[in-house]
Design a protein around this ligand. Structure first.
Ligand code: RB5
Length: 147
């Protein structure tokens, strides 16, 4: 899969490890920065990764800031983006099964790299459920978002 990655200073410490992990699992990461440890504004990097997904240049995106909250707020502003904020493996899995989440937001200051990779792995390897009710609910979200 092509996976756009964006981070601010809160996610900086995970970026190299995440890029390595994705390459190791035969994914194609697309690095949207920030490549510096210095303070940046997370929406500036988030938007690049979100654009990749919206334009079809990436299948999914992973956004990391200190809490993951700001990243999830901006991502979910865009129609067609289904961003999840996941602090554990179970939620990451459910966000794929029930919500077909195409963006994963992580709180880089909330866990260590082992926990982070477990969450990422669960999210990448879980498919959207075939049960009709989940699709129906997502369709309603898109419909109500147009109002
Ligand atoms: C940056 O200090 C911090 O606000 C950011 O990383 C993130 O946690 C925002 O939601």
């Amino acid at each position: 899969m092509k996976i756009a990655i964006a981070n601010d200073q809160g996610g900086f410490k995970f970026r190299e490890e995440l890029l390595r992990f994705l390459k190791h699992h035969k994914h194609q990461p697309i690095d949207c920065g920030s490549v510096y440890e210095e303070s940046v504004d997370y929406p500036d990097h988030a938007i690049e990764a979100i654009d990749m997904v919206l334009n079809g240049n990436a299948d999914r995106a992973i956004l990391i800031c200190g809490t993951g909250i700001g990243m999830s707020i901006i991502a979910n502003r865009f129609q067609g983006i289904r961003a999840t904020l996941a602090y554990n493996k179970k939620v990451a899995k459910l966000s794929r099964e029930h919500n077909n989440a195409n963006v994963l937001c992580l709180g880089g200051r909330q866990f260590n790299s082992v926990q982070m990779l477990l969450i990422v792995d669960a999210w990448l390897t879980t498919e959207f459920s075939k049960e009709k009710r989940h699709k129906r609910r997502l369709k309603k979200i898109e419909k109500y978002a147009m109002i």
